[in-house]
Write a protein that binds this ligand. Structure first.
Ligand code: SF4
Length: 372
C-alpha cells in the first residue's frame, strides 16, 4: 500500500521518504480503573463472583466524581469494594505541575508510573458554565512537524487508554473547581492519535459512552496530520466523532516541508478519506491551517486552498503560529484578514481560531514536557 501512495508523489522526488513509525508496544504498566470498559470490569467482577451491575455502579461514580469516587457511598458489596481497591488503582498518573494562563487556560503536566510525561489543556468556553479539554494521545510525537515543539521533542511512547482517560478526569476535576462542566474534548495535544489507534478508539468509546464519561460522540474531535493507511482504518470504524485534518499547506510540495508524513501521502488522497468520513457520519471535517508568515499565507495560497476544498463542504480553522523556538513568524493581521477573506469570497466556511494559553506554552504546537 505504501508503495502505491509513494508513486503519487513525483513532486517530492529528492526528499527523503518519510518512514512511518512502526507500531509500539505499550509499556507494561499497572492498569488503573481508567483502563477498564464496562464490559471488561463486569467480566472481572463476575470472575470474582459478583454481579455485573456493580461494575456499572462503580464506573458511574468513578467518572461522575472525576476519578476519586467516595467509595463508601457507592452501592457495591463491601467485599467486592475492598478487593477492587486492593487490586485496581483508581488513578495511575499524578499531576506534576499546573500552569494557569492570564486568559484562564490551564495546563497540566501529568506523570505516568513509568516516568513518561504528558500535557493536557483546559480552555474556558465562551459560555460561562462550560469548558473544553485538549488531551494528548502519545508521550511526545514522531511526526516532527517543523513548527511544533512536541515534534522537536521526539517520541517516547503511546499512551495507554488509562493514560488518556486520566487526563480527562484531571481536567474534569479542574473544570468543576471553577464551576464549569467539561463538555467537549479534542484529541489534539501531544502525539498523532492515528498511530495509537486501538488505545485512542477505546478512550473515545469511554469518553462518549453512557456508562462512563457520557459526553456523547458529537462532543469529541480527533485531530490528525493524516496517515493514509491509519486514516482508512479510522474511517472504516465509522465513529461518529469529528475529524480535524491538519493541512497547513495547499500543495503537496510545501506540505512535505512542514509536515514530514506528507512526503508519503498526497493531499488529494487524504481529502478523499476525510470526505468519506464526512459522508459516513454527517460530521463536517475541519481543515486546520496554521498561518506562517511568508510561508503559506499568500493570497495565491489562499485561493489554492479554496480551490482544493471547492464543493467539499469542509470548514477551515485558521490558526496563528505560536512561538515554539522554530524559525517561523506568525502572519501579520493584514495577511490573516486577506487569507480569510479569500477563502470566504470563494465560498469556503472559514474561521480564525483564537490562540489560547500562549503565556504558559499551552497553545497549539507549544506542548512539550522538557523543562527549559
Ligand atoms: S503538530 Fe501534532 S502531529 Fe505534528 S509534531 Fe506536533 S503533535 Fe505531532
Amino acid at each position: 500500500m505504501a508503495d502505491h501512495y509513494r508513486s503519487h508523489r513525483p513532486d517530492c522526488e529528492g526528499q527523503p521518504l518519510y518512514i512511518l513509525p512502526q507500531p509500539v508496544n505499550d509499556p507494561p504498566s499497572m492498569p488503573s480503573l481508567a483502563d477498564y470498559s464496562l464490559e471488561e470490569l463486569s467480566a472481572l467482577f463476575v470472575q470474582w463472583g459478583h454481579l455485573p451491575i456493580h461494575a456499572k455502579r462503580l464506573l458511574r461514580a468513578y467518572y461522575d466524581q472525576a476519578g476519586r469516587p467516595a467509595l463508601d457511598q457507592v452501592s457495591i458489596a463491601h467485599r467486592l469494594r475492598d478487593r477492587a481497591v486492593a487490586e485496581i488503582p483508581l488513578l495511575a498518573t499524578r499531576v506534576v505541575t499546573r500552569s494557569v494562563s492570564a486568559d484562564g487556560t490551564l495546563k497540566l503536566l501529568l506523570a505516568c508510573p513509568d516516568g513518561a510525561q504528558v500535557e493536557s489543556v483546559l480552555m474556558p468556553d465562551y459560555r460561562p458554565d462550560r469548558s473544553a479539554g485538549c488531551l494528548s494521545t502519545q508521550a511526545g510525537c514522531a511526526m516532527a512537524c517543523d513548527f511544533c515543539a512536541t515534534g522537536v521533542q521526539g517520541f517516547t511512547r503511546n499512551l495507554t487508554t488509562g493514560d488518556i482517560i486520566e487526563q480527562y478526569l484531571a481536567l474534569k476535576a479542574e473544570s468543576a473547581a471553577v464551576g464549569r462542566i467539561l463538555r467537549t474534548i479534542v484529541l489534539m495535544g501531544m502525539g498523532e492519535p492515528l498511530l495509537n489507534l486501538a488505545n485512542v478508539t477505546k478512550a473515545i468509546r469511554l469518553l462518549a459512552g453512557d456508562h462512563t464519561a457520557h459526553l456523547g460522540w458529537r462532543q469529541i474531535t480527533l485531530s490528525t496530520v493524516g496517515l493514509l493507511p491509519q486514516l482508512q482504518q479510522f474511517v472504516d470504524l465509522k465513529l461518529n466523532v469529528q475529524l480535524a485534518l491538519s493541512l497547513h499547506a495547499p500543495d503537496d510540495q510545501l506540505r512535505a516541508q512542514l509536515v514530514p508524513p506528507a512526503r508519503r501521502f498526497a493531499i488529494a488522497d487524504l481529502l478523499a478519506l476525510a470526505q468519506l468520513h464526512q459522508e459516513n457520519t454527517g460530521r463536517t471535517t475541519v481543515i486546520q491551517y496554521c498561518l506562517l508568515a511568508s510561508v503559506n499565507d499568500s493570497p495565491t495560497q489562499a485561493l489554492a486552498l479554496a480551490q482544493l476544498l471547492a464543493g467539499r463542504r469542509m470548514h477551515v480553522n485558521l490558526l496563528t503560529y505560536n512561538p515554539t523556538g522554530r524559525p517561523y513568524q506568525s502572519s501579520p493581521p493584514k495577511a490573516i484578514d486577506a487569507f480569510l477573506g479569500t477563502l470566504r469570497s470563494n465560498g469556503i466556511v472559514a474561521h480564525l481560531r483564537r490562540s489560547r494559553g500562549q503565556d504558559i506554552a499551552a497553545a497549539c504546537g507549544q506542548l512539550r514536557t522538557i523543562e527549559g
